[in-house]
Design a protein around this ligand. Structure first.
Ligand SMILES: Nc1ncnc2c1ncn2[C@@H]1O[C@H](COP(=O)(O)OP(=O)(O)OP(=O)(O)O)[C@@H](O)[C@H]1O
Length: 355
């Protein structure tokens, strides 16, 4: 669902900026501090209700009362606008003239895949980052998953509150176990479909016969049902005041040739492996769910040599998605590559296609 245009007011270093987007490639070009990430963050916020690094209030430009981000989507009629305005703690989201209560709805209206540093280096980051990236793919492949995960988290929170308060009746375990098993099942099904695609991309890039494996640890003892683990660990959970077993403790393990990748791959290779995984997610969505996220790529060239950059562009080209990619220099864009180039300085568009 590409953007046709984008309008930003009062976001970080950007006072006011409009651009008319290309349906495929949009290169944001400018030196450090020019505002490239601010544009990407604005799009991310419009598609998720959340900033990708700090809290939302940091998005507001110093000295401004509010920020406003709006866009027209390519498939919508000309007068349908998606708009997010924030003033202090008040947030107003509208789509096609209607007010939207929950930012969750934005995930359907404007799906985004963010490839910023954290979201590409998730493999060597913590378990939570890996779960977040996994869940992004599961959610877009099967949108019922969003509700299942929210239900699971709500029950988990209730159980943890109960563990701390030590009331006598304990009503949560059976339902928590049912939801937890469902979360695990959806994740595993998704991963089984994703693994061959990610492996294919990784091997295509490395030309290495070393086998690439991803496995999912569910977050509880694998040969026991979750309910049995919750029952078994009840006393320990009560003593420590939180739930030890469940998909909130799941982990994704990446291995190449049988070894943990963080031990053997270089930082650039880890970025490429992370990108292969994320590209595989996009390919799977294209096959299964017909969702076409807008791809946001911060610091496109970081840690990638020329050949890797070309490969990445070709892979994204094959997916025919809209991409916004930040580079500090036009030289980092593979030679002869098409798309719009927006040159930025100090939060202003100095050259490019203004709306
Ligand atoms: N709340 C704010 N109000 C005004 N300016 C801000 C605010 N937050 C950050 N900035 C400024 O915005 C600029 C950072 O912009 P941004 O991160 O978008 O740059 P960039 O082009 O992505 O740079 P790099 O290539 O270094 O990643 C910095 O100059 C910073 O001082």
């Amino acid at each position: 669902m590409p953007l046709r245009d984008l309008h930003i007011e009062g976001v970080r270093c950007i006072k006011r900026l409009h651009l008319q987007a290309d349906a495929r490639w949009n290169w944001l070009v400018g030196p450090n501090g020019a505002g490239k990430s601010s544009v990407l963050e604005a799009i991310h916020t419009l598609g998720t209700g959340q900033s990708w690094r700090r809290g939302l209030r940091h998005l507001r430009r110093d000295g401004c009362q509010e920020y406003l981000i709006t866009a027209h989507l390519a498939q919508d009629p000309a007068d349908a606008l998606i708009a997010l305005r924030r003033n202090g703690e008040e947030r107003d989201i509208r789509y096609d003239g209607k007010s939207i209560d929950s930012a969750w709805s934005l995930l359907d209206i404007l799906p985004i895949q963010a490839l910023n540093d954290q979201n590409v280096h998730f493999i060597s980051d913590n378990n939570e980052s890996r779960r977040r990236i996994l869940d992004w793919g599961v959610f877009y492949e099967n949108q019922a998953y969003g509700q299942i995960l929210r239900d699971y988290r709500r029950l988990l929170q209730q159980r943890n509150t109960w563990l701390k308060s030590k009331y006598s009746a304990q009503p949560w375990d059976a339902q928590l176990a049912v939801m937890g098993e469902q979360v695990q099942q959806h994740r595993q099904t998704h991963l089984s479909a994703l693994q061959p695609l990610a492996g294919q991309l990784w091997q295509e890039w490395t030309q290495s016969p070393g086998q690439f494996q991803i496995s999912l640890q569910p977050g509880w003892k694998e040969d026991l049902p979750l309910l049995a683990c919750l029952t078994r660990d009840r006393q320990r959970d009560e003593d420590l005041g939180f739930t030890h077993s469940g998909p909130h403790r799941a982990n994704l393990i990446f291995k190449v040739a049988g070894k943990p990748v963080a031990d053997i791959l270089s930082r650039g290779q880890l970025r490429l492996l992370g990108l292969s995984y994320r590209l595989a997610q996009l390919a799977l969505l294209q096959q299964r769910a017909q969702v076409a996220p807008v791809v946001l790529m911060d610091d496109f060239a970081a840690e990638l040599d020329r050949q890797a950059r070309r490969w990445l562009v070709e892979r994204l080209d094959a997916l025919a998605l809209q991409v916004f990619a930040a580079v500090t220099d036009s030289e980092q864009i593979p030679h002869g590559h098409h798309g719009h180039r927006f040159h930025l300085r100090e939060g202003h568009l100095i050259e490019g296609i203004a709306a």
